[in-house]
Design a protein around this ligand. Structure first.
Ligand SMILES: Cc1cc2nc3c(=O)[nH]c(=O)nc-3n(C[C@H](O)[C@H](O)[C@H](O)COP(=O)(O)OP(=O)(O)OC[C@H]3O[C@@H](n4cnc5c(N)ncnc54)[C@H](O)[C@@H]3O)c2cc1C
Length: 534
């Protein structure tokens, strides 16, 4: 069970009391991948850490990404050699600490001519050399015949072949959760549904924050004292910056990206296909168990929101891109199984198009000393956290000593490389290969624990509450079980049994249980509206 950590957040009074019981070295505002990575790193160094979120762990951008762990090929074209090395290194680290959340995902780069194939190969050779990519993960080149045999779904005209190289596919919200659990296992106090409403300033220096409970009917909150405050609020970074400095100008520019999910039977690809959209941007078709998702778009969005609006135009952009490259189009809106959208918290760059804005990360120090961190990628969260906590240690008068975050397994990650064996043991419980893949990938070494009691949704819901800090049905449905994105009908059938089990553990009244179910149904209806409207 990874580093042996369960996260049970049911006792709210105890949670708020723990936040008030001491002066922390670090208060981290925001439990996305950035904040959870920082909290884990700092806690592993022995710092006292409080990690809070206004919503659930991973409820912001960190559950809305394309879920790819990029080795850094795209940075090569921009000449960013250091970033290529870092991304390739991070990919290896993730495979070590969470093999279940780093599945090999071959990418098919299509080429229109033999010259095109040669150019792609040259780029990949440099990338493999610079990134010290292991020999067994080197690319291969396919001619048109091999492409047709391996990926018959790709349209036969127009491509001379392809170059195929492996990236990794993860589950973003579970990776984020695993980091939060690990942080808690190393002593961090983690509290969700606790929004920072005010910063505590002493002689102009930030010394903590006042948080308010955000669950239905909750009145309590806490006053948290800390030596250093880290603002890892993703798309809300500017709002938190303004708690410190009311007049602070925006530093972020948000861009929205959506994904649409089809059944794999409808788009029967074996690997991720990289497609050129109408405007020349790259768009992916990514297979995951019985589904394929298309993503993503990149358009400016005016304000931070948990559920950025999806338009019919967004959806058509992706289905049109797919129809240009894949047989079987047009891909109709009424065939879409699920959809999601998220906001990239990018550092503003005047005059650039959304897709041209750099994904670099930056730490900004406010007038009261709050360290705000924004930009970056899921892929590089661990090294980004390490750099930030080095800076914090220096401010605390300590010599920075990075902990073994790239070596110690995350919860669920102590598989000793035997993923296939886990998969067959899970399948032996009467699951289809796709269902077994889902469970083994999401839960890693904890997967077999789910077969001890009741139905799978009920067992997953209990696991979510007792070990994974879930407090609402949406926490289970969207971010713990991934059913809202990768299940028939958005996993609505799992809501009743899951709510029943969660209700027992969280002492929900019948009304509360009904309202939890209704909230998830309403969420799905609103997400699917853009898909169904003409
Ligand atoms: C469409 C899309 C596709 C992407 N694809 C990839 C990809 O394939 N690979 C990759 O590496 N990266 C990808 N990214 C980038 C990656 O997802 C983000 O860089 C990353 O998730 C940002 O995480 P974060 O922790 O900074 O922000 P978030 O995950 O948004 O976390 C911020 C948290 O702060 C909390 N918060 C806000 N205000 C407060 C407050 N006042 N008090 C307490 N808490 C607060 C929020 O509730 C939220 O949980 C993608 C991004 C998008 C949008």
């Amino acid at each position: 069970m990874g580093d042996g950590t369960g996260l049970d957040l049911r006792d709210r009074r105890a949670s708020f009391a723990a936040l008030e019981a001491e002066t922390f070295d670090l208060l981290v505002i925001g439990a996305g991948i950035t904040g959870c990575g920082v909290a884990r790193d700092a806690a592993m160094r022995g710092l006292r850490v409080a990690l809070i979120d206004a919503n659930d762990v991973g409820a912001g951008t960190s559950s809305r990404s394309s879920k790819l762990i990029h080795g850094g090929l795209r940075y090569l074209a921009q000449g960013q050699v250091g970033v290529v090395r870092e991304a390739a290194n991070e990919r290896r680290a993730l495979r070590r600490i969470a093999p279940h959340l780093a599945r090999t995902n071959p990418m098919v780069l299509l080429a229109k001519s033999k010259k095109g194939i040669a150019a792609l190969r040259a780029a990949l050779w440099s990338y493999e050399k610079l990134g010290h990519v292991d020999a067994h993960e080197h690319h291969e080149a396919w001619d048109a015949g091999r492409l047709a045999a391996e990926e018959p779904c790709v349209v036969s005209e127009g491509f001379a072949g392809a170059v195929v190289y492996p990236e990794y596919l993860t589950d973003d919200s579970r990776l984020t959760l695993a980091n939060a659990r690990s942080a808690a296992g190393h002593g961090a106090v983690v509290v969700t549904y606790a929004a920072a409403e005010e910063l505590i300033l002493e002689d102009g220096r930030a010394r903590g924050a006042v948080v308010r409970g955000a669950l239905p009917g909750e009145a309590e909150g806490a006053r948290i004292n800390a030596r250093i405050v880290v603002n890892a609020a993703g798309p809300w970074v500017d709002s938190v910056r303004r708690l410190e400095d009311r007049g602070a100008a925006d530093r972020l520019q948000l861009t929205k990206g959506i994904h649409v999910v089809f059944r794999r039977a409808r788009i029967p690809i074996g690997r991720t296909i990289i497609m050129n959209a109408q405007d020349g941007r790259s768009v992916f078709a990514v297979p995951r168990e019985g589904f394929v998702y298309l993503g993503t778009t990149d358009t400016f969005y005016p304000r931070p929101e948990y559920w950025p609006e999806i338009t019919g135009e967004d959806v058509d952009y992706l289905t049109d891109a797919a129809a240009r490259v894949l047989d079987g189009g047009p891909f109709r809106r009424d065939e879409i199984v699920a959809v999601w959208s998220g906001l990239r918290p990018l550092l503003a760059a005047e005059g650039k198009k959304p897709s041209e804005i750099s994904r670099r990360d930056e730490v900004m120090e406010g007038p009261g000393g709050v360290l705000s961190i924004a930009g970056g990628k899921l892929t590089s969260y661990r090294s980004m956290a390490e750099r930030l906590v080095d800076q914090c240690e220096k401010e605390l008068g300590r010599k920075p000593k990075p902990p073994p975050t790239a070596e110690e397994p995350l919860p669920g990650g102590d598989l000793a490389g035997a993923f296939e064996e886990l998969h067959s043991r899970v399948q032996a419980h009467g699951l289809t290969p796709h269902e077994a893949e889902r469970v083994a990938r999401l839960y890693g070494s904890e997967a077999l624990d789910l077969f001890a009691e009741g139905t799978l949704p009920a067992a997953e819901a209990a696991h979510a509450v007792l070990l994974e800090g879930a407090l609402t049905l949406e926490d289970y449905w969207v971010r713990r079980s991934a059913r809202s994105q990768f299940d028939e009908e958005g996993g609505l059938a799992a809501l009743e049994p899951a709510a029943k089990r969660m209700g027992e553990l969280l002492r929900w009244s019948p009304e509360r249980r009904a309202s939890e179910i209704e909230a998830c149904r309403a969420r799905r209806a609103s997400e699917m509206r853009a898909v169904s409207e003409p």
